[in-house]
Design a binder for this molecule. Structure first.
Ligand SMILES: *Cc1c(COP(=O)(O)O)cnc(C)c1O
Length: 364
């Protein structure tokens, strides 16, 4: 009996490895491997989620109007240019399925988010990698890698797992260089964390051009990773296209309700942003002091660099002895690094305590 063969490209996809959450023998761990919000979601979001229990038998709305209007109000956007998804991962998949196929190229940066290549291959298209300049997206390299087959150009700004960002002027230079048949996708999963004055998440590019899309998520600063809610901001023709392949009930009623309450609670969001910035700056300064460099991060994690892969593996093991789980970003081509999510004060202090001991043990 024959075995059915998947579509071309599917078997080239390496299985996505999520951040680990367990250590054998430890019953309490601190998970700093998936860039989750250590403070959790807004209390208003939890209340909305609990209230959604009364209507579990009912299908959710298909137009997501209330959530789109809340997002639009808070971010000063046009609700008709917003599309909601089961995480921004789903928006990325919609874009690849709608615009890329066999023979087409999907361009992303060297240490770019893994879902770009996964979704490109799932659509039968070919991922193409543009080198970064010392772990920073390199617009000149991206432009040089564009061809007449390029259909989508993905950059995360700030990027995961590097934490670095490029300026609004650089993003505009990239948008200006797009070939006619391509779309630029600005993945703003960490946009809410940025305080740099040169940053822009790209909404005005979306509004003034026909070929720029922005994606955002409720999984990071809003602390709702478990509910899977994300959104995209795009020109009308793109929204119209993506809505044709979107499942009518792709976001759950509880997810919609919690996300709406979360985005409307901007006081809480500001507190999360401030706490993150405070402990991110503290963590990177402490790392530098014990001889572990990292690039200035604009997100809710720091990419710590070690001497080589072996030392990163030993540091990871040392942290695990302290029940601390971070991410060793091997699949991102960064074997000598560990990506450490900014946890709460206790978690940040524990990371530094264990890494200080580790660096001492390395010198002994
Ligand atoms: C976490 C993350 C996402 C968001 O994923 P969701 O599907 O919305 O949870 C998107 N892009 C990048 C770069 C991320 O790190």
């Amino acid at each position: 009996m024959g075995q059915i063969t998947p579509q071309p490209g599917i078997m080239d996809i390496a299985l996505y490895q999520g951040g680990e959450s367990k250590i054998d023998g430890a019953n309490r761990v601190t998970k700093l491997s998936s860039n989750e919000n250590p403070l959790g979601p807004s209390p208003a979001a939890k209340t909305a989620y609990l209230e959604a229990v009364e209507d579990l038998a009912l299908y959710p709305t298909t137009d997501h109007r209330a959530l789109r209007e809340a997002i639009a109000q808070v971010n000063d956007l046009d609700a008709d240019r917003i599309i909601c998804g089961a995480g921004s991962d789903e928006i990325i998949a919609f874009l690849c399925n709608a615009y890329a196929g066999p023979g087409d190229e999907v361009l992303h940066t060297e240490h770019g988010f893994l879902m770009y290549a996964i979704s490109a291959r799932a659509a039968g298209a070919s991922p193409v990698v543009a080198a970064e300049a010392e772990r920073v997206s390199d617009v000149s390299a991206l432009i040089a890698a564009m061809t007449d087959k390029t259909r989508l150009v993905f950059i995360a700004n700030p990027n995961n797992p590097t934490g670095t960002m490029i300026s609004a002027a650089e993003v505009e230079r990239l948008a200006d260089a797009l070939p006619d048949q391509a779309l630029l996708v600005l993945d703003g999963a960490y946009a809410e964390f940025v305080s740099d004055a040169n940053f822009d998440a790209g909404a005005s590019l979306v509004e003034t051009r026909e070929n720029v899309v922005m994606t955002r998520t409720f999984s990071k600063i809003y602390g709702l990773g478990g509910l899977r809610v994300g959104w995209g901001y795009a020109p009308r023709h793109v929204i119209d296209t993506l809505n044709r392949i979107r499942g009518p009930f792709n976001v759950s009623s509880a997810g919609l309700a919690a996300a709406q309450a979360a985005v409307l609670d901007q006081d809480y969001t500001a507190r999360c942003r401030d706490e993150n910035a405070k402990w991110r700056d503290w963590l990177s300064a402490q790392l530098a002091q014990i001889g572990i460099p990292s690039d200035p991060s604009h997100a809710n994690f720091v990419l710590a660099r070690f001497a080589d892969e072996d030392q990163a593996v030993r540091a990871d093991q040392w942290l695990r002895k302290g029940s601390l789980i971070v991410r060793h970003p091997m699949s991102y081509g960064l074997p000598e690094c560990l990506r450490i999510t900014i946890g709460d004060e206790t978690a940040c202090r524990a990371v530094i305590k264990f890494l200080t001991e580790f660096m001492e043990s390395e010198r002994a």
